[in-house]
Design a binder for this molecule. Sequence first.
Ligand SMILES: Nc1ncnc2c1ncn2[C@@H]1O[C@H](COP(=O)(O)OP(=O)(O)OP(=O)(O)O)[C@@H](O)[C@H]1O
Ligand SMILES: [Mg+2]
Length: 243
Amino acid sequence: MTLQASNNSLNASGLVTLSEPKSAAAEAYRLLRTNVQFGDVAQPLRSLVVTSARPDEGKSSVIANLAVVFAQMDQRVILVDADLRRPTLHQFFGVPNEGGLSSYILKAGGFRDNLTPNGNGKSGYSGSNLPLIQTNVPNLRLMTAGQPPSNPAEILGSATMRELIEGLKQESDIVLFDVPPVLSVTDASILAPHVDGVILVFRAGRTKRDDSQQAKAQLQKVHAHILGAVLSDVKVRGKAVSY
Ligand SMILES: Nc1ncnc2c1ncn2[C@@H]1O[C@H](COP(=O)(O)OP(=O)(O)OP(=O)(O)O)[C@@H](O)[C@H]1O
Ligand SMILES: [Mg+2]
């Protein structure tokens, strides 16, 4: 599946889908949402990673806006800042980067204590104690990254993290994970195989062809399901068309 979407402008906070919902950029995010929803998979996609080849390609901007447009469609969205090295999602929504994913996983015993029997008598996750922040966008909850830990890759690769992913899916319609770039550190390769799909963000005029190919190859090597790519920061000549 190829996700064709590009965005060409961002406001100061980066949430163009909120500040300029009629802009071409916001429309591109809605198109991306549609492509994710009606992709070539038999099952609906319930968990996604957004990553890039190198730093600064626009992945946090893409995932934050994608989360907003899913929430605007009455989907229960959980956005997780799994970029434990350069967390920024809290800034998009104006909340402090406290608690969050890193400290939660480090208190692994605490997570396991939250496992409660579900209706089928099997062990399941109650979800009631997840460190989720309700953002100012209805239906959109955020799990911040928390304080940068010394061992981000181990945190993301832990059994507790995999349990958490399942718990988050029970709590929502879609879970979106922001992660570091594929070619910089191993974090994206660790998390990607455990979600339903991966979106790669490439920055127009910046991402090198070799890097985009290497990023794709690396994700394929770990058997991640690559959905497609988003081209960010596309320069559009002339004014955007309004409808
Ligand atoms: N479509 C765009 N048009 C213009 N500027 C953009 C666009 N997307 C992102 N930017 C800007 O580029 C910078 C990096 O964006 P962002 O933080 O989303 O990238 P990132 O890939 O998450 O970076 P990092 O590797 O640090 O996590 C920010 O200053 C952001 O405002
Ligand atoms: Mg980022």
